[in-house]
Every structure is written in structure tokens, then in C-alpha cells.
Design a protein around this ligand. Structure first.
Ligand SMILES: [Zn+2]
Length: 569
């Protein structure tokens, strides 16, 4: 483990403006620095670096983090490596003997270390199993690729993991899904006699595993269950390894299996990722569009592939913007990406993407026109009925307009007639649902205001009391968490706080709230705002306590409650 104290020293020695400035040309803009975002394609700068807060934030794609986070995101390195790079730049020595051993500290510290230790053990087991090695060789994989993806082998042993973890009964093993507890309370390894594919988060931690059976047997592929570390609908296999390649290729290929990703990488297509035993979700598509606007979905040519493709299209519609370029590729029947690239090679695969890939719009209309006979009024009417709920989801204004125009052409209507029929907003204000137009965002709640104020001025936290934070809203619980952290270490500087926030389950919300302060100018009176909001919170709490105590008669009150009542008045 890298000691937390070292990370604090490191973050107080480096300036995020220098760190980012090495890679991205920053321009001063008021109190902050700006550039075109290195994490998504844009023409006007929405990427902002705050020297006082020591974090970066992109108002376009939401990228957010500390100097450590920037290096990880930009260079695609893991946490430990990012710290080492920063330490080198700052002329500091990372105080630890064994870098291999250390893992990223996170909110579940024990679990991340456990996953790392198990990953290493599976890798050692692979080296010792000639049968597993023979299997990988027969699939055409080299040792280099196996190492890049950290492939391992889970031996055919009901309690193999007892060799890695001191306490096989530890609840952590079940919590990360590595052991199964049966009805009699007996425990056994989930993965046995399988090739193991570690699943990494985009920050490089192992959060789950996929296991493929070597010979015959069911199920062929087995994944970790959903755990505190691993949410299938969010994660993409191979994204951590592929990020740089995706950036330089300018596109990403999405396939269905981890074996496909590894096989494609073996043949030089190292910009592929896979969904993990689940259909594509909007979160997946968003994550991909943050890497590149050019996303190619690749599906098997069979009926299951057709269903998966349509589902991916449906899930993508709400998250597209006008620069997104989604392509749908169907492989010839009998083929998956693994078998295709092994048989025909890299160039044939890439040509197939170029020649056979259908743009989203083409796929959408092809699929629906195959289902409805546009020669008849009834067919055209049914076609439009099926199309309408899909098109209203498209928020990208130009794309939405073009898709509607095409729908009108196909059915012989005027664009205006279609808009009238679907009660669409008038041209010029496309994309927005009628109800959303002209509506202003809801005013920020007290918890919301307090959260962004405390992120801006952590030193004010001492004036807030946890019990004042009421209500079950997300801002409230993030704020309570933040107050706890600041109570434990009141002198956290901006950089350390920004990095600590990244480790919390509420990281996304905290990032959004921290970013809100980037647009405050000097006339914004932070202390006055804080006093106002803190007063409101205290008042609301006081009223609710008074109401509770007032329900009791004076004789029912305990001594503490009487004391409290006096304090409240
Ligand atoms: Zn961005």
C-alpha cells in the first residue's frame, strides 16, 4: 500500500495546472484555465482546470478529477502508476518496497486488495497448468496477449481460494462473488476449472471476473455476480486496456464476449470492448461516447444477434448527440468476431466494418421497413406508430430533424404533416419535449447549496452539524459523508479533498457540485451564502425537533430532552 500520508504530500507538492499543462495547452480564463477537452471531441473549450481547487472538470463530457485522476484518464495508467509518474515529476520517492502488492485504496479497501491478490493467484495457476496453456494456444493466443489482459486459470478445486486468502470463511469472499454459500452454509469457489478474465474498472482496479470453461460443460461463460464493486450495466470488458488504442484509432468496436476482445487484440484490433453478459445499456453507450464519437457495434448474424442489435439501438437513442456516429455490423452467420478474425485476419475484419457496417439511421429504417409494407396505407401507418416512440427519444436536434424528415419521405407525408401528427415542437426548437421547453431548472435545495459551498470552502464544514442535514436526498447523504471525512481530517487541502471525493460512492454527484463553483465570479459572497443556507438547515432541523418534543407532555420528557428543548428555544 502507498501510505495515505504520502499521497497527501504528493498532491500538495504538485500543481494540477502544471500536470495537465504538460499534455493539454491551457489558456487562462478568469480564475481558471481552459482548453478543448482531451477526453471528448469539441471545438470550443469546456474543459476547465481550477488552480485553487486543484481539480479539472469538463462541462461537455463530465470528465472530472484530481491530478492523479487526470494522469489515469489521459494516459490510461493505473492508480499506482499515476502516483509514480507524479512523484517522478515532483522529485519524490514512492515509499514502498513492492509496487505489485499495492492497490488503489477505495471505499472498500479490503475488497480491492482481495481482488488483486486473487487475480495474481489465478495468473500463477495458469503458468502451472499445461492444459490451460494448451487451450489458450489452440485459440491462437500468445503469452503476451494473455499477460496484457491478465488472463489466469481457476483450478478444478472446490476450495482453491483457500490457498490465497487466510480466512476462507471471510464474508468478503462472498461479497465480491468469488465463493458461493449453499443452503447448508457450506462455501465453495464460484470459478473452477475455467480460464479467468479479470474485469477492470476504467481506473484499472479488478472489479470482477469472467470465466470460460476449457472443455465442454455448462455454462460456457460464467461472470461474477453484481457486487458492490461490479455493476454489469455500467462496465465494459477491455475498456481499461483499450483506451489509448481507441483514442488513436478514433473509434471503438463493441462485441459480445471477452474472448472476442482478446482474440481481436491478438490480431491487432486492440480498440474493442465487450458488454458483460448483459444487453447494452445507455450507461454503456454514454461511457463509449466519452471515449470517441465513432462507435461500431458488432453482432453475430443469428437471431440472437439481431435482437441484441435492436436493443442496443433502442438504448442508444437517448444519449446520442449530433456528432455521434454509431454503426451496426452483422457478421456472416456461423461467425463471431473471434472466429471471423482468426479465419480472415485483421484487414478483412476492418474492411467488413467499412463495407457492411450500417449507420444507425440506415439500420433503424431497414429494420422497420422490413416489418411493415410501405406500399399500403395500413403498413405506413403501423410503421409510423412503431417509429414514433423511438424518435421522440432522440435529443440530438439535427439528427432528430433528419430522422423525422426521412420518416416523412418514406411514408409520403410532408414533414409538417408528420410534426402535426406527432405533436412535435416547431422546427427551430427541435429535440426538446414540449413539456421541457421554457421550463427553468428547479432551484437548488438547501442541501445542494451546502454541498457545493463545502466543496468550495471545506474549512466552513466545522460550522455545520450533521443532524441539521435532513431529508433522504442524494445531496444530503453526500454532504453527511463529506462532513464525516472533514471531521476526521479537518485540514484536507483542495487537491486531497478532490481525490478523496473520487473514491466515494457519491463521486459523480460530488464532481457535478464541485464544478458548479467554477462559474462563480469574485462578486459571489461565499460566506454569506453559506451562512444563509446553514441557517435554513439549522432552522428546519430545529422546527422538526421542536415538533417531536412538543408531542410529549412536559412530564414525559427525559432530562436530556428538557435540556435540548431549552437549547432549541
Ligand atoms: Zn470533455
Amino acid at each position: 500500500m502507498i501510505p495515505q500520508a504520502f499521497i497527501q504530500t504528493l498532491l500538495s507538492r504538485v500543481d494540477i495546472v502544471d500536470v495537465v499543462g504538460r499534455y493539454v495547452p491551457l489558456k487562462k480564463a478568469g480564475a481558471n484555465f481552459q482548453a478543448c477537452c482531451p477526453f471528448h471531441q469539441e471545438k470550443s473549450p469546456s474543459f476547465t482546470v481550477s488552480p485553487t481547487k486543484q481539480f479539472y472538470h469538463c462541462f461537455g463530457c463530465g470528465a472530472h478529477g484530481s491530478a492523479i485522476g487526470f494522469l489515469m484518464e489521459y494516459s490510461g495508467v493505473g492508480y499506482v502508476e499515476a502516483i509514480r509518474m507524479l512523484a517522478d515529476q515532483a522529485g519524490l520517492q514512492v515509499p514502498q518496497a513492492d509496487r505489485e502488492q499495492s492497490v488503489r485504496p477505495r471505499n472498500e479497501p479490503g475488497l480491492a486488495e482481495l481482488m488483486q491478490a486473487v487475480t495474481r493467484w489465478y495468473r500463477q495457476q495458469l503458468k502451472q497448468s499445461s492444459r490451460a496453456i494448451a487451450y489458450l494456444k489452440q485459440r491462437g493466443l500468445t503469452g503476451e496477449i494473455a499477460a496484457r489482459f491478465g488472463l489466469g486459470y481457476a483450478p478444478d478445486n472446490w476450495q482453491g481460494l483457500a490457498q490465497v486468502v487466510k480466512d476462507y470463511e471471510s464474508p468478503a469472499l462472498a461479497e465480491v462473488g468469488l465463493v458461493i454459500v449453499n443452503d447448508n452454509g457450506r462455501r465453495y469457489d464460484r470459478f473452477r476449472d475455467r480460464i479467468m478474465f479479470p474485469i477492470h474498472s476504467t481506473r484499472g482496479d479488478v472489479i470482477g471476473f469472467g470465466g470460460r470453461i476449457l472443455d465442454r460443460g455448462e455454462p460456457k461463460y460464467l461472470n461474477s455476480p453484481e457486487t458492490v464493486l461490479f455493476q454489469k450495466g455500467q462496465e465494459l470488458y477491455g475498456l481499461f486496456q483499450a483506451r489509448q488504442a481507441i483514442r488513436s484509432a478514433g473509434r471503438v468496436l463493441v462485441v459480445e464476449g471477452y474472448m472476442d476482445v482478446v482474440a481481436l487484440a491478438q490480431h491487432g484490433i486492440d480498440w474493442a470492448v465487450a458488454t458483460l453478459g448483459t444487453a447494452t445499456t445507455p450507461a454503456h453507450v454514454k461511457k463509449l461516447l466519452r471515449q470517441t464519437s465513432d462507435v461500431v457495434f458488432c453482432f453475430d448474424g443469428d437471431a440472437a444477434g439481431q435482437r441484441a442489435a435492436w436493443r442496443a439501438l433502442e438504448q442508444s437513442l437517448p444519449v446520442l448527440d449530433d456528432t455521434s456516429r454509431l454503426t451496426f455490423l452483422f457478421l456472416p452467420e456461423q461467425h463471431d468476431p473471434d472466429s471471423y478474425v482468426r479465419e480472415f485476419g485483421r484487414d478483412a475484419f476492418v474492411s467488413l466494418v467499412e463495407a457492411q457496417g450500417l449507420p444507425l439511421s440506415a439500420y433503424l429504417f431497414r429494420h422497420l421497413t422490413e416489418r411493415h409494407d410501405l406500399q399500403t396505407e395500413e403498413g405506413r401507418s403501423a410503421f409510423l406508430k412503431e417509429l414514433q416512440p423511438l424518435l421522440v427519444q432522440v435529443q440530438a436536434p439535427t439528427l432528430a430533424l433528419l430522422l423525422r424528415k426521412r420518416a416523412a419521405e418514406l411514408t409520403g407525408l410532408e414533414a409538417g404533416e408528420l410534426a402535426g401528427l406527432w405533436k412535435l415542437p416547431a422546427p427551430g426548437k427541435p429535440g426538446l419535449p414540449v413539456a421541457a421547453r421554457g421550463k427553468r431548472p428547479a432551484p437548488a435545495s438547501v442541501n445542494h447549496k451546502l454541498l457545493r459551498l463545502i466543496l468550495f470552502r471545506p474549512d466552513l464544514a466545522g460550522q455545520l452539524r450533521k443532524e441539521w442535514i435532513t431529508g433522504p436526498d442524494a445531496d444530503g447523504s453526500a454532504l453527511v459523508r463529506l462532513l464525516e471525512i472533514l471531521a476526521a481530517s479537518p485540514n484536507l487541502n483542495g487537491a486531497v479533498l478532490a481525490e478523496a471525493c473520487q473514491q466515494l460512492p457519491e463521486a459523480q454527484l460530488l464532481a457535478a457540485r464541485a464544478a458548479e463553483s467554477l462559474i462563480w465570479d469574485e462578486s459571489f459572497d461565499v460566506v454569506a451564502e453559506f451562512e444563509l443556507a446553514a441557517g435554513q438547515a439549522r432552522n428546519a432541523w430545529r422546527q422538526s425537533r421542536l415538533a417531536v418534543l412538543a408531542r410529549k407532555s412536559l412530564s414525559e420528557l427525559s432530562d436530556e430532552e428538557r435540556e435540548e428543548l431549552r437549547g432549541l428555544h
